[in-house]
Ligand binder design. Structure first.
Ligand code: HEC
Ligand code: HEC
Length: 304
């Protein structure tokens, strides 16, 4: 820097920078700005000392802890505990309630159970059963009142606890044979019994001789699980084959494949993964979706 250049108009020194004849004045920074600047520097030093701030040098784990020992992880854990404590009253009541009637009889508890069930359903069940519990091929729709393993509150709750073909020691279990893959029936016989099953659920236009042959195969092979009339057996998870509700699909090709391969639907067991009150809330929610089968139909009918 040689000579200082003074601007004629203002009498202020310039920085010496010039753009297209416009020069920059070297005014001091405003005082308020400087104060904010210095205060921020002091504040940041205080902050580094008090709070977790600096990452550890390369090769070391973690970060500086700060003298007040603040930790978001600890804060979240404390918030969760507080939340759990604020809910524990209603959760405790759910745990104690046991039956659907007892939960339904208490409007506050019932609303709580439905809300908690709805939210847990979104977290744990919707991936397989769909956000609206509408189901997909192989994953049952839980809105209808058609149940594989029984539709009372206790049946549903038990299904949730032990799962279906799951790793729980008391899991609900049954296994339909793979009639084609294991060579129990020929392709021809499988087509005959397929037509018979489709006819049971109301489809028509089949060859009478094939239907008769299919009926004989059904009585010999399938009736033990699906019932002589094909209406199913919830104690074995064997679906009703006479209605229009299909778990795996109703096209002739799909039904043939189902019989050929033998279906093997797996639903996880939730005991140990979810706590008791949450399972009760889920059972309440699912039971209310389906419309709800009474444990004792005669009593249910009288109550309605
Ligand atoms: C990994 C996929 C999967 C998840 C997650 C899952 N389910 Fe299932 N669920 C199934 C399958 C598959 C079946 C049918 C099993 C069968 O074929 O018997 C089933 C069956 C059921 C049944 C029995 C339906 C009947 O007709 O008897 C109920 C009730 C049920 N699920 C509720 C739930 C709830 C509540 C959750 C969340 C806690 C859940 N499921 C999570 C796959 C799943
Ligand atoms: C050991 C018991 C058992 C026997 C025997 C049995 N089934 Fe099944 N069947 C089941 C069970 C259990 C399911 C449901 C499996 C699942 O949910 O994954 C089923 C499912 C089906 C389905 C699927 C229904 C749907 O909604 O998609 C068809 C079709 C069917 N069986 C036909 C037959 C025919 C035909 C025979 C005889 C050739 C037969 N089953 C024999 C237990 C049996």
């Amino acid at each position: 820097m040689t000579d200082k250049e003074i601007d004629q108009e203002t009498g202020t020194e310039t920085t010496g920078h010039e753009w297209d004849g416009i020069k920059e004045l070297d005014n001091p920074l405003p005082r308020w700005w400087l104060w904010v600047f210095y205060t921020s520097i002091v504040w940041s030093v205080v902050y580094w000392v008090l709070m977790p701030a600096w990452p550890a040098p390369p090769g070391l784990q973690g970060h500086t802890e700060g003298v007040v020992g603040n930790s978001e992880r600890v804060n979240v854990a404390a918030d969760m505990d507080a939340l759990q404590a604020s809910r524990s009253g209603l959760y405790g009541e759910l745990q104690a309630a046991g039956s659907y009637q007892a939960i339904e009889a208490d409007p506050v508890l019932f609303r709580f159970a439905l809300a908690a069930g709805d939210s847990a359903f979104g977290n744990f069940c919707a991936t397989c059963h769909g956000a609206g519990a509408q189901g997909f091929a192989g994953y049952p729709n839980l809105n209808d009142d058609d149940w594989l393993w029984g539709g009372t509150f206790d049946d549903i709750r038990h299904t949730l606890v032990v799962g279906i073909r799951a790793d729980h020691p008391e899991t609900r279990f049954s296994q339909m044979p793979a009639y084609g893959a294991d060579g129990l029936l020929s392709r021809e016989e499988i087509r005959q019994v397929r037509d018979y099953v489709l006819n049971l659920s109301g489809e028509t236009g089949f060859d009478a001789a094939a239907l008769e042959a299919g009926g004989e195969i059904f009585a010999a092979q399938c009736a033990t699980c699906h019932g002589a009339d094909g209406t199913g057996d919830p104690s074995q998870g064997a679906p009703n084959l006479t209605d229009a509700i299909w778990l795996y699909g109703s096209s002739p090709e799909q039904v043939e494949t189902t019989i050929w391969r033998g279906p093997y639907g797996v639903m996880p067991a939730w005991e140990g993964r979810l706590d008791d009150p949450t399972i009760t809330a889920l059972a309440t929610y699912v039971y209310s979706l389906g419309g709800g089968q009474s444990a004792d139909t005669s009593e249910g009918a009288a109550g309605e």
